[in-house]
Design a protein around this ligand. Structure first.
Ligand code: HEM
Length: 464
């Protein structure tokens, strides 16, 4: 519910916030105030959760830092911090202070449900630090906008990515591209992440831009450099002159490809979709390339998990020699639940609002640490175990406790395309081979590690 924020002033020295951490006031009463975490709790959250996410790198994860943080146990520290906040505030939303302003952290399933239900006009995706980061690599992307412009960009994305259809109209073409590119994955007894990444980059270029761009590693290099620069975005006032030159070079290259992109490609579909000039149809391709590149780490982790769970791998092949793609899709979803691409769903309030009867001003950030919640055994049984069967249950994809693609109006419009591509890449490896081992070694009888650095993954293959 949107309401004007109550006045704060000298007669209310604490402002609208209860800095004692009390959650006693009945929601909706005049005395109801948000629960504000103590300074020490905000610092602990920054040190164990936000800062590690920043140094790990968001648009361009830094493998060495990710490995180091995993080795020292950072995912456990972060989970312990969130659990402590939930216990102390009895699951109520808690307001934490930070360098970019206040963030309301949601830890209760009912609040998460509400988060997904609220309209993005009110709870917008273009949070301050996220926008500063994306301003470097996709300044006209849908995530970086709100209001009418966002709706227009979103509807172009929905159309191009066929978000509301079960199967993308170019499904057949994309599957052929993936099959052609993946032949090299099984050429030797070892599959390294580097080979998987190169293969996925070619797939991304062919799906987004067409065969004309299959070998354009220069463009990919520019995009990767921009993503690395984007890692620093939150600390900068805006993109540097060098970032802007690189962004212009990459965008010019996209415009060279656009007139010749086949109708089946994402760029061809964007070119042929009517939209306003502000929407920047071609500029959306920066995000599509970024998103498709994530298929490499997703496939690496899924295959490694299957190496550690031979019975799950065997279940992909039925008695008659057929291959169960639906089951493999469940394995991909389970790998994404355990190791999400977007572990923190961050939004910003665009109007003064109440939440559980307590007032919050426009500009407050709202965070759902979904990576923590969807692994929490109290909410999702066997949260730290690989149990793909849970995704075969009726309605599992709509289950708000698990959200690898988010839910509601902010749900990923490339969900089906991304899931299809990740599943197909894994299927190309598994149809005629088994993954018989891999590094790092995973113990299927113990809770899985909180982080799995994809660039260190190596898989041992044997012919079935
Ligand atoms: C396969 C793995 C993928 C995963 C796990 C994934 C996940 C997500 C998530 C969680 C969000 C919401 C982000 C937020 O709330 O901040 C999102 C947004 C988005 N994704 Fe994906 N995605 C994937 C693939 C793709 C693909 C293949 C495309 C397009 C080619 C795509 C395009 C987008 C776009 C345009 C948005 C922004 C939506 C908006 O602002 O409304 N994604 N994705």
């Amino acid at each position: 519910m949107i309401r004007p924020a109550p006045p704060t002033g000298p007669e209310d020295p604490a402002g609208p916030y209860d800095s004692t951490g009390s959650t006693d006031s009945p929601p909706g009463s005049a005395a109801a105030r948000p629960s504000r975490a103590r300074r020490g709790e905000s610092v602990r959250f920054a040190v164990t959760h936000s800062l590690p996410a920043f140094v790990r790198g968001v648009p361009a994860p830094r493998p060495a830092i990710g490995a180091l943080l995993g080795a020292v146990g950072q995912p456990r520290w972060s989970a312990a911090t969130l659990r402590a906040l939930r216990d102390r505030y009895h699951g109520a939303p808690v307001l934490l202070g930070g360098a970019s302003g206040d963030t309301l952290v949601l830890l209760d399933p009912a609040d998460v449900e509400e988060f997904f239900a609220r309209p993005v006009r009110e709870l917008a995706l273009d949070a301050v630090d996220k926008t500063k980061m994306l301003a470097v690599l996709e300044p006209t992307g849908v995530i970086c906008s709100h209001g009418d412009l966002r709706e227009e960009r979103r509807s172009l994305n929905d159309e191009v990515l066929a978000h509301h259809e079960d199967t993308h109209p170019s499904h057949g073409t994309f599957r052929t591209v993936i099959a052609e590119e993946c032949t090299r994955l099984t050429a030797g007894p070892t599959l390294t992440f580097a080979r998987l990444r190169r293969t996925v980059q070619r797939i991304a270029r062919r799906i987004v831009l067409g065969d004309q761009a299959a070998g354009d590693e220069e463009l990919h290099g520019w995009l990767l450099t921009l993503r690395k620069e984007g890692n620093w975005g939150a600390l900068r006032r805006g993109p540097t002159a060098a970032d802007q030159r690189l962004y212009t070079a990459a965008t010019d290259r996209l415009h060279v490809y656009a007139p010749h992109a086949p109708d089946t490609t994402l760029l061809g579909r964007a070119r042929d979709t009517a939209c306003g000039a502000d929407v920047d149809a071609v500029g959306q391709a920066h995000h599509w390339m970024l998103a498709l590149d994530t298929i490499a780490p997703i496939a690496a982790r899924t295959l490694l998990l299957l190496a550690a769970h031979p019975a799950e791998q065997a279940a992909l092949h039925d008695q008659s020699g057929g291959f169960d793609s639906t089951r493999l899709q469940a394995c991909v979803m389970e790998s994404l639940r355990l190791y999400p691409i977007v572990p923190d769903l961050l939004r910003i309030l665009r109007a003064d609002t109440t939440w559980r009867g307590r007032p919050y001003p426009a500009g407050t950030h709202v965070l759902v640490p979904i990576g923590f919640l969807q692994r929490d055994s109290g909410l999702v049984p066997g949260g730290s175990l690989f149990a793909p069967g849970r995704w075969c249950a009726e309605g599992a994809e709509r289950d708000r406790r698990m959200a690898p693609f988010s839910h509601g109006e902010g749900r990923c419009p490339g969900d089906r395309l991304g899931l299809m591509a990740a599943t197909e890449v894994c299927a190309q490896v598994l149809r005629e081979h088994r993954v018989v081992g891999g590094r790092p070694r995973l113990d299927p009888h113990r809770p899985l590690p909180g982080a799995l650095n994809a660039s260190g993954v190596q898989l041992a293959l044997a012919r079935s």
